[in-house]
Write a protein that binds this ligand. Structure first.
Ligand SMILES: C[S@@+](CC[C@H](N)C(=O)[O-])C[C@H]1O[C@@H](n2cnc3c(N)ncnc32)[C@H](O)[C@@H]1O
Length: 245
């Protein structure tokens, strides 16, 4: 057994993928929900950019409904994995400031990636980057982190997942540090060949309020709605560019 070490799960894309697939994350249902939210507002939307796309598991589903899809992520490991999984253009970039050479009918960011923004200025910069990449009438969908009123102080999460011949045990402990969620995650990874390895990761995400999310959309020139769905217990913010007079 190796000693405990600190490592980002986002630098271990294949493990992220195996864990969330094995845990049964409903990428198909989530992509269908987001697609319908987009098409309800722009029926002809046929292109989509997934920002902080991770392993690309949503993108493979979006590619079945949209004629053109692309992804973007900060982590080189995730970028390589998403390219392999999807075969579509995946850009390495920072959601807070990126420039691609085209626009999209939809720009989405799922599973709370936007909560890695450290403050409202960064969240506003992120929404402005998204809005700059919208075609006329285009739609932004973001899945926030838990809103402060839904945050569970001291929450302990435990999961054991069997996937690809390996066993993954994940234990998390989350506490509030002012306006920030501090989640420590420990992973045990075990297989017959490699025995047991152990690493831990720390995620600091901002507990933005609903008002802060809505302010960031407004500053990016968008109208926004907050919708809840059983497939998205953290809710989804759905934005469209404010029509100019
Ligand atoms: C919780 S994962 C979500 C991945 C994917 N959207 C999903 O639903 O599985 C968060 C992702 O955000 C990415 N990320 C974190 N900070 C970022 C930034 N500043 N710009 C772009 N991506 C970022 C990470 O590399 C990681 O892939």
């Amino acid at each position: 057994m190796t000693t405990d070490r600190h490592e980002s799960i986002y630098d271990r894309g294949e493990m992220y993928e195996a864990f969330y697939r094995g845990r049964g994350k409903d990428y198909t249902g989530e992509a269908a929900l987001v697609t319908s939210l987009v098409r309800d507002r722009l029926a002809g939307a046929d292109s989509l950019l997934d920002v902080a796309c991770g392993s690309g598991d949503h993108l493979t589903r979006f590619a079945e409904s949209f004629g053109h899809v692309e992804g973007l992520d900060l982590s080189e490991d995730m970028v390589q994995l998403a390219r392999k999984n999807t075969g579509v253009p995946i850009h390495r970039g920072d959601m807070r400031d990126f420039a691609l050479d085209r626009t999209f009918g939809a720009v989405v960011s799922l599973f709370s990636g936007v909560a890695y923004c450290a403050d409202l200025d960064e969240l506003t910069a992120t929404l402005r980057s998204f809005a700059r990449h919208l075609s006329p009438g285009g739609v932004i969908v973001i899945e926030p982190f838990w809103l402060p009123e839904d945050f569970l102080e001291g929450y302990v999460g435990t999961d054991t997942v069997e996937s690809g011949g390996r066993t993954y045990v994940r234990v998390s402990h989350t506490v509030r540090d002012g306006g920030v969620s501090h989640m420590e995650v420990h992973f045990l990874v075990a297989s017959a060949e490699s025995g047991i390895t152990h690493f831990h990761d720390v995620h600091r995400t901002t507990l933005f309020t609903r008002d802060e999310y809505e302010t960031a959309f407004a500053r990016a020139g968008c109208e926004v709605e907050y919708v809840k769905d059983p497939l998205a217990p953290r809710g989804l913010f759905v934005g469209t560019a404010t029509p100019t007079a």
